[in-house]
Ligand binder design. Structure first.
Ligand code: UD1
Ligand code: MG
Length: 453
């Protein structure tokens, strides 16, 4: 059976008061529209159709080839919006799943159940409803005395009696396609707003004596739709709770879930502990047994196992295993710290590789550098990598001891086992096992390297 989703995303979202189209506002790091597309994936077999209107260019650009788009111009209501998809879908699908793209918490499982309900329905519509004390402006589900659904009445036209109805229209539908296209043509224009309401298809079906199935949802949270930034923050918090809960069930300890901000694509291994006020963004991957936070921000980075990241910032960086970092360290793009590296407070590393066992205790800047195993970077060391026009590389060998406050003026190579005196300004390459001192530093004697322990 061919099942296609039509996502409605043409509305203006006026109440968001934003230059960004509503459906592109992020929830847990991904646009609302992404969440809607994820949810429909499982229950449909064909490429979805997104109805665009306000902000059409931006929305279409975002969608790229993940969906087909159809323009609704002008926007004459939800029924009119679905009708725009007819030219793409007529005779090409058996069922049409319609969702609004501002409900990022709606689960794929729920839509799957809705589709299953419609497959068993002799009539043309199955829809999602919820019983709630607070109606949030939702349409009311009207049932006949025998319990069958006969209409959906929008709040602003409902009678006092209808307003008392606690069963609400969530905004998720599954239609028999052939019936739908014809019914959309029959929807009357709403006299007050001049729009064509998708919800009026329910009354049409009921009047034709056809069965409308209501699937009552029990998770109220799933039905939160976003109209304002207040709703946006509610949804974001709910989505975060959902993500955090999944990590905890997978064996991650979150000391304070409410202050752990973990975006949806982040992966975390077992026995890692996330301390409060930690932000894990983008495509970050974290291994097992790490201690992350408190107060850390990590974006698009990879962390091995048994590392400690205390009050630090990482962006596009890699830690291998047993790295100890912070407090107040910053790894920028292309920073790669090998096994057992120690990086203490107020250090910054960018586009550099620190091999296994490097120690960089305090106040250093390392950029465009390769540092060999077990080298010690003294406090206040700086790779002077930028001459005002270009970046230059620094290569430091293994077992090197860079004295405190050394300025390494790149391009520069320092051989294995070399040493710089405190305050050295190194402008020329340093040979292996050589001690350099002064400004600019010059060789003063040959060294004997200690045997490795
Ligand atoms: C709609 C339902 C209401 C339901 C509620 C749940 C109708 C008539 N009413 O009301 O019963 O309880 O959602 O949230 O459907 N859109 C278009 N083109 C248009 C108009 C809207 O694409 O011409 C899109 C919007 O971008 C939005 C969705 O359709 O994603 C719903 O529109 P909205 O105006 O938010 O409808 P509600 O008044 O919330
Ligand atoms: Mg709405």
């Amino acid at each position: 059976m061919r099942i296609t989703a039509v996502l409605l995303a043409a509305g203006q979202g006026t109440r968001m008061k934003s230059a960004l189209p509503k459906v592109l506002h992020p929830v847990a790091g991904k646009p609302m529209l992404w969440h809607a597309l994820e949810a429909i994936k499982r229950s449909t077999s064909e490429k979805p159709v997104v109805v665009v209107g306000h902000g059409a260019d931006e929305v279409t650009k975002y969608l790229a080839d993940s969906a087909q788009t159809v323009l609704q111009e002008p926007q004459l209501g939800t029924g009119h919006a679905v009708l725009q998809a007819e030219s793409l879908l007529k005779n090409k699908t058996d069922l049409v799943v319609v969702c609004y793209s501002d409900m990022p918490l709606l689960r794929g499982e729920t839509l799957q159940k809705l589709v299953d309900t419609q497959k068993k329905n002799s009539g043309p519509i199955s829809l999602l409803t919820v019983i709630a004390e607070h109606p949030r402006g939702f349409g009311r589900i009207i049932r006949k005395t025998d319990g069958t659904v006969s209409a959906i009445v929008e709040e602003y036209v409902a009678t006092a009696e209808q307003l008392q109805v606690k069963e609400l229209n969530v905004g998720g539908y599954c239609f028999d396609a052939n019936w739908l296209w014809d019914a959309l043509q029959r929807i009357p224009k709403n006299p007050k707003k001049g729009e064509y309401y998708l919800t009026d298809t329910v009354e049409l079906a009921s009047k034709d004596g056809l069965s409308v199935q209501a699937m009552v949802m029990d998770d109220l949270e799933e039905t939160i739709g976003i109209n304002t930034r207040v709703h946006l923050s509610e949804c974001d918090a709910a989505m975060r709770r959902r993500i955090n809960q999944q990590h905890m069930l997978n064996g991650v300890t979150l000391i304070d879930p409410a202050s752990s901000y973990i975006e949806i694509d982040v992966t975390i291994g077992m026995d890692t502990v996330i301390m409060p006020n930690t932000y894990l963004y983008g495509k970050t991957q974290i291994g097992q047994g790490n201690l992350i936070g408190p107060n850390s921000i990590i974006r698009d980075s990879k962390i091995g196992n048994r590392c400690k990241v205390l009050s630090s910032v990482m962006e596009g960086a890699v830690l291998e295993d047993d790295v100890d970092m912070g407090p107040f360290a910053r790894l920028r793009k292309g920073a790669h710290l090998g096994n057992h590296v120690h990086m203490g407070n107020f250090g910054e590393v960018k586009d550099s590789y620190l091999a296994d066992g490097v120690k960089m205790g305090h106040f250093s800047y390392i950029g465009n550098a390769q540092i060999g195993a077990n080298t010690n970077i003294g406090a206040g060391t700086i790779t002077c990598n930028y001459d005002g026009e270009k970046k230059h590389a620094t290569e430091i060998g293994e077992d090197v001891f860079i004295g405190s406050d050394t300025m390494l003026v790149a391009p520069l190579k320092i051989g294995n086992g070399a040493r710089t005196g405190a305050g050295a300004v190194v402008t020329k390459n340093v040979a292996e096992d050589t001690l350099v001192v002064g400004m600019p530093a010059r060789a003063i004697r040959k060294l004997e390297r200690k045997a490795k322990k």
